[in-house]
Design a protein around this ligand. Structure first.
Ligand code: BG6
Ligand code: MG
Length: 214
């Protein structure tokens, strides 16, 4: 573990839990076009970009073909409602365990970055008062390919001034672990991703990071 100098964190499902907001906003959008949508389909959207998420939801769509403009309008409608839900978030939505762990990792000399597919990442970090805990933010606004492509993490490493092999990624999604591994980084799993065979290390709880990164 000696060569690891930077840790890149996925946001949704690792640091904050916005799944329910994504679900409610996508459900509203799906209902508006009479399309079946449930929690199981919502789980497939983890780490996937907004437009790619819409395509997954449209697998169940049975209406007349939608133009690109109509699809963009549906994604926009979802995002407007999603951001209304995000506005209800406060610093209490981040646990003290997460704050203390991030602070201690930095004190130990690790550089920290966010690596999120979300274009709302900076907005969320501001809402929960966590922006200042990170040295860099790589998110949906600086990438062209979303996870499982490694781009968001490679950018995170670059923003930290580190090589990929000097970075570890903390992820809850299989697509995120694939992105980390394909980018040449260490894949540290939490939540769902702990069941994935490509994960290098599994965390039971966030503060286990302090045992991994001394
Ligand atoms: C990821 C979420 O972090 O961001 C996905 O896991 C989401 O579910 C993606 O689709 C894009 O988010 P946004 O905020 O740009 O619509
Ligand atoms: Mg996630």
């Amino acid at each position: 573990m000696k060569k690891i100098k930077g840790i890149i964190f996925d946001l949704d499902g690792v640091i904050v839990f916005t799944d329910k907001f994504h679900y409610l906003a996508w459900k509203d959008m799906a209902d508006s076009i009479n399309t079946y949508f449930d929690e199981t389909i919502n789980n497939r959207l983890r780490g996937v970009s907004r437009m790619a998420s819409l395509e997954i939801i449209l697998e169940k769509y049975k209406g007349k073909p939608l133009s690109q403009e109509e699809k963009e309008a549906l994604a926009e409608k979802k995002n407007t409602l999603y951001r209304e839900y995000l506005k209800t978030m406060t610093p209490n939505d981040v646990t003290q365990e997460v704050r203390d762990t991030l602070t201690e990792l930095r004190r130990r000399g690790y550089k920290l970055s966010i690596g999120s597919s979300s274009k709302n990442a900076k907005f969320i970090l501001e809402r929960v008062d966590l922006t200042s805990y990170f040295d860099a933010i790589s998110d949906g606004t600086n990438i062209t390919k979303s996870k499982p492509d490694p781009e968001v993490f490679l950018k995170g490493a670059e923003f930290l001034g580190l090589r990929p092999e000097e970075c570890a990624v903390v992820e809850d999604a299989y697509a995120g672990i694939d992105a980390a591994k394909d980018g040449g980084m260490l894949g540290v799993a939490i939540g769902d991703a702990t069941n994935y065979r490509r994960s290098d290390y599994c965390l039971t709880t966030f503060s286990d990071l302090l045992k991994l990164f001394k």
